[in-house]
Design a protein around this ligand. Structure first.
Ligand code: 2BA
Length: 110
């Protein structure tokens, strides 16, 4: 069994949860915050049998889009050389999805 941890953008979360549930996956949705942008994102936990992992990854890849975001509140902007870059906008491409696949040693439901 695997635990899939997928960090995705809020905009994609509802659709991805629906698609995963419709396909019979169990999903837990967490409200999370990205360390770089310091803005909200969504983390999904999906426990899957090994043979269903590829199907789950395929849905994540299908639904999650990459988007450009402009930020002025990066760590560099906040703490850079004498605040030199404090108000310089920085464009970053976020997502589609950052996915970790972890082996599950044990799985219990009580
Ligand atoms: P954030 O940390 O808010 O990062 C948002 C986007 O900012 C990143 O998109 C990346 O394009 C850019 N970025 C991040 N760190 C940067 C840096 N030091 N310099 C320049 N640009 C930087 P993604 O790579 O698609 O990541 C989206 C979100 O996924 C991240 O939000 C974070 O919450 C999570 N994430 C990404 N890599 C991770 C990792 N290795 N471990 C844990 N979480 C991760």
């Amino acid at each position: 069994m695997k635990l899939i941890i997928a960090i995705i953008q809020d905009e994609d979360a509802n659709r991805l949860v629906s698609e995963l549930m419709n396909a019979g996956y169990g999903v837990t949705k967490l409200a999370t915050t990205g360390g770089f942008l310091r803005s909200g994102n969504t983390t999904l936990l999906v426990g899957v049998e090994d043979e269903r992992m590829d199907g789950c990854l395929h849905l994540i890849e299908k639904v999650c889009k990459s988007r450009k975001q402009i930020t002025t509140s990066t760590p560099m902007a906040a703490g850079g050389i004498a605040g030199m870059y404090a108000h310089m906008p920085v464009e970053v491409t976020v997502g589609g999805a950052t996915v970790f696949v972890v082996d599950v040693e044990q799985f219990h439901k009580y």
